[in-house]
Design a protein around this ligand. Structure first.
Ligand code: 5RP
Length: 243
């Protein structure tokens, strides 16, 4: 099976958590797109849900499949959000934002009673940080914000190149919120909470891709099958996780 098959298997398992009438958050990225596609099939067969998309791309996919969309202004509290991730550790801490939708993803996730993360098992890591941390920043004062991130991160031992994310045409990637993204290659992050804290002190930083204490359930699919990890059972499940 390919990584894409595993993503679809995780998405299919997540669908089992969804009940008729639920208000859902729809994530962004290739794994979330599998979930949206499978949900679309159920909706076509008469299943009723209402959904808040985390990006314009997901909104377009859902709309094309006939999935009913709403906004957080109409429905401020959602039942479940299903989203992908770039990395996940043994405490269900995440790095997200590879697809550039981290701000809306985090707003939608924390507006939901439950965040279910779906991924192929390759996304599981012993320690976060091999994937460069996406940080969404406003364009005004970009050089200044970049220097401040470098300085404050360095104070807590996080060092590495910050790269302005570009599109294929060489122009800066602009998020759905009109901001840009600095991909921060700090390497292994022994204390992601400390990094999250310092990034929050910088006015030009809108949000960062660390999702800490937000994920309730992780569904990871790989050669050994589909594994469901629950945040509340972490102590019991730790034995089974890579150290
Ligand atoms: C988008 C995200 C995605 O969930 C993350 O990048 C994973 O993407 P994929 O499912 O394509 O591997 O955070 O901002």
């Amino acid at each position: 099976m390919s990584a894409d098959d595993y993503k679809r298997a995780a998405a299919a398992r997540a669908l089992e958590f969804i009940e008729p009438g639920m208000k859902l958050g729809l994530g962004t990225g290739s794994t979330a797109a599998h979930f949206v596609a499978l949900l679309g099939e159920k909706v076509k067969a008469g299943f009723e849900v209402v959904c808040v998309p985390t990006s314009e791309a997901t909104a377009a996919q859902a709309r094309a499949l006939g999935i009913k969309l709403t906004t957080l202004d109409e429905e401020p509290i959602l039942d479940v959000t299903v989203d992908g991730t770039d990395e996940i550790d043994g405490d269900l801490r995440l790095i997200k934002g590879g697809g550039g939708a981290l701000l809306r993803e985090k707003i939608v996730a924390v507006s939901s009673d439950r965040l279910i993360v779906i991924a192929d098992a390759e996304k599981r890591v012993a320690m976060l940080g091999a994937f460069p941390l996406p940080v969404e920043v406003v364009r005004f004062g970009l050089a200044s914000t970049r220097q401040m991130i470098e300085a404050l991160a360095s104070d807590i031992g996080c060092e590495g190149p910050l790269t302005l994310r570009l599109k294929a045409d060489g122009q800066p990637f602009v998020t759905d919120n009109g901001n840009v993204i600095l991909d921060c290659a700090f390497g292994r992050l022994p204390d992601p909470e400390a990094l999250d804290d310092v990034l929050r002190q910088i006015p030009g930083v809108v949000e960062n891709g660390l999702f800490l204490g937000i994920c309730d359930t992780a569904i990871l699919a790989g050669p050994d099958g589909v594994e469901v990890l629950q945040a509340e059972n972490l102590f019991a499940l730790d034995d089974g996780l890579d150290a």
